[in-house]
Design a protein around this ligand. Structure first.
Ligand code: KG4
Ligand code: ZN
Length: 324
């Protein structure tokens, strides 16, 4: 089954063609980073307008690279949410138009669920359910119990900032460019993680929930106190911040895996680009998305849609609405 997927939830315009849920025939991502960089974050109105400009050429490019015509596509998949509403509408309406005109099915996919599927697409390992799913992105930070593809239970999530958002805001406070994650990772390599006593928050009543806004405020006061930041100061703040966030994950992930009897841990989302994080969870039991499937892409959308196509429509809609 050949599925063409479309992804326009935030600031990447993407189209991919995937065969039988795993074989990527093409995977085109148009990143809007340069457009949003001067503002230090994504400007929704600009993101939507850019999706309108580039989506059709990106779809054409995905077809060309896969050496296929629209008539070869068996179904159209689209990221249905969560995301910026105007941005979502561009992708959803394009997918609807294609499916309607070619009389092919349309499969809506939850973007966050697809981030976890990106790791499943990337591995040849045998999977054991239930597995623990860890979503670490710019908009989401969640721990879920993955009972099988399409069946999840939320175990914990952030009550304020997402982890990628915390990286981006910390970077912004130090005057670093957007997106902040890769900048912080680079600086942290040279810094002293023990110079500043930064810590993630503790959430009452649920040991698997996250709170990162206090950490961001602590970074703000640290920056304010130092005044003009030297390169060494920046590196030490980055290292102390990154260590605080990762220590939190090191505490929660093994504890949750044990409590819910999970033999494998599946990671997804843009923060999984971080090599220092991957080193901390490098055992056989940890499953990571491969490079090009970490950030927002449409291959994970088309891949997951293959599994959704075999499910009753009510189950497909229920997982689209799921909270991660
Ligand atoms: O999953 P993603 O592409 O978009 C959402 O669905 O949100 O994640 C983007 C996030 C940004 O916050 C970015 O700073 C972060 O992933 N990120 C990183 C790294 N690369 C990207 N965070 C930490 N270290 C990195 N190397
Ligand atoms: Zn994403």
């Amino acid at each position: 089954m050949i599925i063409l997927g479309i992804e326009t939830t935030c600031d990447e315009t993407a189209c991919a063609i995937v065969k039988d849920g795993k074989e990527i025939l093409s995977n085109i991502v148009y990143s809007q980073i340069k457009l949003h960089e001067p503002y230090g974050g994504v400007v929704p109105e600009l993101a939507c307008r850019k999706h309108v400009d580039v989506l059709i050429p990106i779809i054409d490019q995905a077809l060309q690279e896969a050496k296929l015509n629209l008539s070869d596509i068996d179904a159209f998949a689209v990221a249905y949410g969560p995301g910026l509403i105007g941005a979502l509408l561009v992708g959803v309406n394009a997918a609807k138009a294609l499916a309607f005109s070619l009389e092919k099915p349309i499969i809506p996919v939850n973007h966050v669920e697809a981030h976890l599927y990106a790791a499943l697409m990337s591995t040849e390992k045998q999977l054991y359910y239930p597995a623990l799913g860890i979503v670490l992105s710019g908009g989401h930070t969640s721990i879920v119990l993955l009972k099988e593809i399409g069946h999840y239970e939320l175990i914990g999530h952030t009550i304020d900032d997402a982890i990628g958002e915390a990286f981006d805001k910390t970077a912004k406070l130090m005057g670093l460019p957007y997106p902040g994650g890769p900048e912080i990772e680079k600086l942290a390599k040279k810094g002293n993680p023990f110079r500043f006593p930064l810590k993630s928050g503790v959430v009452k009543n649920n040991p698997f929930d996250f709170s990162l806004s206090g950490l961001k405020t602590a970074v703000f006061y640290t920056v304010q106190k130092l005044g003009i930041l030297s390169e060494e100061d920046k590196a030490d703040i980055a290292a102390s911040f990154q260590q605080a966030v990762f220590t939190d994950l090191q505490k929660k992930i093994p504890k949750a895996a044990k409590k819910y009897n999970c033999k494998q841990v599946i990671f997804g989302g843009g923060v999984t680009n971080n090599k220092a994080l991957r080193t901390l969870f490098s055992g056989e039991e940890y499953i990571w998305p491969r490079g090009e499937l970490t950030i927002d892409n449409a291959a994970m959308i088309a891949g997951l849609a293959y599994h959704k196509s075999a499910m009753p429509i009510s189950a497909v809609h229920a997982s689209c609405q799921s909270q991660f």
